[in-house]
Write a protein that binds this ligand. Structure first.
Ligand code: ACO
Length: 366
């Protein structure tokens, strides 16, 4: 009989990967041999080139990937239009999941390219529809982050906003065997295909313990409201046993390195000033109170805290945050799926049965 598994598979190594390494003790994220901090100034397409190297035929460089993503966005737009009405009444992440279902296994484009290209098109399309606006066709000449903001807003975004969004996408592109990536790898191991794997990954991402947290971070800041209310509000929340959104992590026992990269990016955006100052005070007070409340469990700031502030400073609606996380993480999901498909081994662990056994063996059973 298998041994009792650690709850949540804590500490279990379930895959070998060349893609990224999360060092939870040192607070370090390495993607294909590069520290996160050195990737943070790169275009998203350059990080895709890194992640897909040796996994996509021909190992295209950033320029070739940018050139391939443009037509793929146009293809995604065509696939989206007849299905957009079906997203009415759904949350954005549910709408995105539905639209990803339009990507059929028979598509001619490399599936990883089409999946990455489709997410910004689908998010912009369903957001405009919800606002009663006509979807805007992609401009294949633009970079992915730039084109997303243009399709969403109906006008080109400034260089400062594009750079900030790009930093965000790069920062969240891959992160070891997180829950959604693990889900993608399990599905890929059945040979169900890349699109099925990334739809499963998105479904895992959507939960508040994973990619659903940044919207609630802003809800928390709004609920706190004033500097004077910070301490009492946090004390009450912890007394009720609630979790403070944007804090804690399964792997990091120190500060999540992505938090500082994103804090730097949001600090460079004009107009984010007051909110950042308030958020920093909340963060300081929260960390002090978490340390007192949970002395045995180091709890520090995670990626979602400054994600929330960055995406808010970009004027992006908070109910889109999980979808925008998926836009960046699609890079990692697709790379992991390609890597898993190469391994060719079905992921099929065992469970430990703890239910009742029949009173007596079935007659004639061996
Ligand atoms: N606020 C208050 N207490 C917390 C928090 C928090 N944010 N996070 C963990 N704890 C407490 C738990 O209540 C638990 O206390 P207990 O031992 O007295 O019961 C203890 O710390 C250990 O918590 P676990 O549940 O073992 O931690 P786990 O590794 O399962 O959780 C998680 C990690 C889910 C991220 C958790 O810290 C959390 O819920 N954070 C808030 C939500 C959030 O920010 N999610 C985004 C994560 S980042 C990402 O996925 C991209």
């Amino acid at each position: 009989m298998p041994l009792r598994p650690p709850a949540g598979l804590d500490g279990v190594v379930a895959a070998e990967t060349m893609l990224s390494h999360v060092d939870g003790a040192a607070g370090r994220l390495i993607v294909r041999g590069h520290d996160l901090e050195t990737l943070a100034g790169m275009p998203f397409e350059a990080v895709l080139a890194l992640l897909w190297a040796g996994l996509l035929p021909g190992s295209p460089d950033a320029t070739a990937i940018r050139a391939a993503l443009g037509p793929a966005r146009l293809r995604a737009f065509d696939l989206m239009l007849p299905r957009l009405a079906a997203t009415d009444g759904l949350s954005p992440v549910e709408g995105l999941r539905l639209l990803l279902g339009a990507l059929g296994d028979a598509e001619a484009e490399p599936h990883a390219v089409l999946a990455v290209a489709a997410v910004p098109v689908f998010i912009a399309g369903l957001t405009r529809r919800r606002a009663g606006q006509t979807p805007i066709a992609p401009d294949p000449a633009r970079g992915l982050a730039d084109d997303f903001l243009a399709m969403l807003r109906g006008a080109p975004a400034g260089a400062e906003a594009v750079a900030a969004l790009e930093t965000y996408l790069v920062t969240v592109a891959d992160h070891g065997l997180n829950a959604s990536t693990f889900a993608a790898r399990v599905i890929a191991s059945t040979e169900a295909g890349l699109f099925s794997a990334v739809i499963g990954a998105l479904s895992a991402l959507k939960g508040p313990l994973h990619g659903g947290a940044p919207g609630p971070v802003l809800d928390m800041l709004d609920a706190i409201g004033t500097e004077a209310a910070i301490g009492p509000w946090i004390d009450d929340a912890l007394r009720r046993g609630e979790r403070l959104m944007g804090f804690g992590h399964r792997i990091y026992r120190v500060r999540d390195p992505r938090a500082d990269v994103l804090k730097g990016a949001v600090s460079r955006l004009r107009g984010a000033g007051n909110r950042i100052g308030f958020a920093e005070t909340v963060e300081r007070e929260a960390l002090a109170r978490l340390a007192a409340a949970k002395p045995l469990r180091p709890l520090d700031t995670n990626v979602e805290f400054y994600t929330a502030l960055l995406l808010e400073a970009l004027d992006l609606p908070r109910d889109l945050f999980t979808c925008i996380f998926a836009m960046g993480r699609m890079a990692g999901w697709t790379a992991h799926v390609l890597e898993q498909e190469r391994s060719g081994r079905l992921i099929r662990p065992q469970s430990r049965y703890v239910g009742p056994m029949p009173a007596a063996p079935v007659q004639g059973a061996a």
